[in-house]
Write a protein that binds this ligand. Structure first.
Ligand code: SF4
Length: 258
């Protein structure tokens, strides 16, 4: 079996920045949600003493809270202030840009349509910026997008909305997501392995955009070892934006030894 390393893959600037911020902190740090959606990274942070919580109310008053790369809503920021928490914000600048756009549109009195997965923590944060809600949607709308969606689907959804609405938008997925998806679209082998966790949106989308017959995903080295790759002649290997390169290289070595 030939193994092809798909480039680019792995950590994006937003994840690197969030980890750098986290690792510079001392004392007990409460991280709101997973800092990035990767089980290896989260296990490592837990081993270093980070405490993971799902609600600001779980953080003891006056403690340090770390906001994850996915961003938080204004209501969460307000709740942190009310508890007198020391806030360290690891929100990715590209996610922050979507918040800023959603807030600007809202302040202009526009109705904002969000392309994304409603229950994803990034989308929950963005929705918190939006005050104007109306069903059904009015004719004039502004559109923003979750940063890690399938870039083709975002473009197609905007075109669909344009058929029935007047749309104002600069919505697009982040550059790191687009570059990783385009590299996978260009891969012509017969199978793709995406390394990353099941709850990572950009990892899942890498599998969705693949044009090869078989797509596998593995989040741990045990899962890599358990893959049934029988019949695969050319395997492309990529990884999500929150997957450590050390895991990627370990997985490549395991695959090469099979
Ligand atoms: S995938 Fe994009 S939006 Fe998400 S952390 Fe990385 S750079 Fe930021």
């Amino acid at each position: 079996m030939e193994i092809v390393k798909i480039v680019p893959h792995g950590f994006c600037a937003g994840v690197i920045g969030a980890l750098k911020k986290a690792l510079s902190l001392e004392g007990t740090v409460y991280c709101l949600h997973e800092l990035v959606h990767n089980e290896i990274v989260v296990a490592d942070l837990k081993a270093r003493g980070f405490v993971f919580v799902e609600r600001v109310e779980e953080v003891p008053e006056g403690s340090t809270v770390l906001f994850s790369a996915h961003g938080v809503s204004p209501a969460v920021r307000q709740a942190a202030r009310a508890r007198n928490l020391k806030v360290v914000d690891a929100t990715c600048p590209f996610v922050q840009r979507v918040h800023d756009e959603a807030r600007r549109y809202t302040e202009q009195g526009k109705f904002v349509y969000v392309i994304g997965k409603r229950d994803h923590v990034e989308v929950q944060g963005i929705l918190g910026e939006i005050k104007n809600r109306q069903e059904p949607l009015p004719y004039r709308i502004a559109v923003v997008s979750q940063t890690t969606m399938n870039s083709d689907e975002v473009a197609a959804r905007i075109e669909e909305l344009r058929r029935t609405h007047e749309v104002e938008t600069s919505a697009q997925v982040c550059n790191a997501t687009k570059l990783r998806q385009d590299a996978v679209r260009n891969f012509t082998g017969d199978a793709l392995l995406v390394l990353g966790s099941a709850n990572s949106s950009n990892t899942r989308e890498l599998g969705e955009v693949a044009r090869c017959a078989k797509v596998f995903r593995a989040g741990t080295i045990e899962e890599v070892k358990a893959l049934d790759l029988s019949g695969v002649k050319v395997l492309g290997v990529t990884s999500g934006a929150s997957t450590p390169e050390s895991f990627y290289e370990e997985a490549i070595n395991v695959l090469a030894d099979r």
